[in-house]
Design a protein around this ligand. Structure first.
Ligand code: CMC
Length: 392
């Protein structure tokens, strides 16, 4: 009753109060639990940031040790869950594979079904943080026809993931510390971003009191789309396209400005940031460091930089306050690390996981939470009488 506010895309609607992440889009500020992203990027680790997002404070040494060791004790997948991967076509996109396997966790851990039981929520939290990297690595192994590796729990979370992804059972896998550190940093930068599409999805699904696994499986599918997490793959496809056209950045920018159907400058623009995305700043630096280590540098990085420079000095982008976002440079780094393009969005999901968990838990413990149920403005037919088939 009363009147309904019409706000397509929820541009102005605050759907929740939240104490997790602060963004000032005009100034390009991002903080997790009050800590500036730049400080976390420089000093923290992904596992510590996960703890911070979920529990609200940086862990003490003891808390961090307990958290890390709990996670490392839950990295194995149930042997029956591993058989799920055989059911998918080999060329399946890894995002729906990831989402399906996470949804399936509800069937293996039926203690997760009651979301009001805090000890079960705690266990589901640990299980997700531990098992999603294993699932992601197996989705990759399946796509290239290689055997699955059991997790090695003497390794850190990121190192273990890299080994399960790129290692082989018959050979020792040497972890490249630069690569592990860069991936850890990228995970930190993706770990939360308040009420984005996938996090809002996790909250909406969870508001019906669906369990953590079900809600996060839905969030993974929201992240799949090219306007959200899928943008990191789309950027690389765009750069490859420009390269194939002889590296002509101007021609591409003109197509974007002419609003040719389906042509956007991927990795640019953001609903909230009307300034340089602070994450993109940090990532650009990392891209330089990582790619400079590769012989001959990278032609696509050169195209990306020229494209950025060209766009930032063009009125179309200036007027609309379109700046590079988090996805503009990540694909180049993932590619240099050896990940296939299709897999980039899975890496985003691994990073965003603690944010999704933190939001689901915050929502569940907030007495103001109600089931999410938006309203609509009806634009259909007025009442009319049913016509029998013979009269239509
Ligand atoms: N290239 C060209 N024009 C753009 C772009 C772009 N990337 N982004 C926005 N615009 C234009 C848009 O056409 C519109 O112009 P006009 O007023 O003439 O119609 C104006 O800028 C406002 O855009 P909007 O679509 O109303 O903005 P939005 O807040 O609804 O969309 C966005 C935000 C991120 C979906 C959009 O900027 C976009 O499609 N970007 C490319 C995809 C991308 O990089 N996504 C990753 C986002 S960040 C991380 C994540 O969430 O995964």
């Amino acid at each position: 009753t009363g009147y309904i506010t019409y706000d397509p895309g929820f541009v102005n609607t605050g759907a929740t109060a939240s104490a997790i992440t602060y963004i000032d889009g005009e100034q390009g500020i991002l903080r997790y639990r009050g800590y500036p992203i730049e400080q976390l990027a420089q000093h923290s680790t992904f596992i510590e940031v996960s703890y911070l997002l979920i529990y609200g404070e940086l862990p003490t040494k003891q808390q961090l040790e307990d958290f890390t060791s709990k996670i490392s004790r839950h990295t194995l997948l149930h042997e029956d869950l591993k058989r799920f991967f055989d059911g998918f076509p080999r060329d399946a996109h890894p995002m729906p594979v990831l989402s399906s396997a996470v949804a399936a966790l509800s069937t293996f851990y039926q203690d997760s079904l009651d979301p009001s039981d805090i000890s079960n929520v705690e266990l589901s939290t640990i299980r997700l943080l531990a098992k999603v990297p294993t699932i992601a690595a197996y989705a990759y192994k399946k796509s290239i026809g290689q055997p699955f590796l059991y997790p090695d729990n003497s390794l850190g979370l990121v190192e273990n993931f890299l080994r399960m992804t790129f290692g082989l059972p018959a050979e020792p896998y040497e972890i490249d510390p630069t690569m592990a550190k860069a991936l850890d940093l990228l995970f930190i930068l993706h770990a939360d971003h308040e009420q984005n599409c996938s996090t809002s999805t996790v909250r909406l699904v969870g508001s019906s009191e669906a369990n953590l696994f079900a809600s996060i499986s839905a969030g993974i599918m929201a992240l799949f789309g090219p306007l959200h997490g899928g943008a990191n793959s789309a950027v690389l496809e765009m750069l490859e396209g420009i390269k194939a056209d002889g590296g002509d950045v101007d021609a591409f920018v003109n197509r974007v400005k002419n609003k040719e159907k389906g042509v956007r400058l991927m990795g640019f623009g953001h609903r909230v940031y009307k300034n340089y995305d602070p994450r993109a700043k940090i990532i650009k630096q990392t891209a330089d460091e990582i790619l400079s280590k590769i012989e001959g540098g990278d032609e696509l990085l050169d195209i990306a930089k020229r494209l950025e420079e060209r766009a930032l000095s063009d009125d179309y982008f200036i007027e609309r306050k379109l700046y590079p976002n988090v996805d503009f440079y990540t694909g180049l780094i993932y590619r240099a690390m050896g990940f296939p393009t299709q897999f980039f969005t899975v890496l985003f999901a691994l990073g965003r996981l603690p944010g999704w968990i933190a939001h689901w838990r915050e929502m569940m413990s907030d007495p103001a939470t109600k089931i999410g149920r938006p309203r609509q403005i009806y634009t259909g037919e007025k009442e009319r009488d049913y016509k029998p088939l013979s009269e239509r």
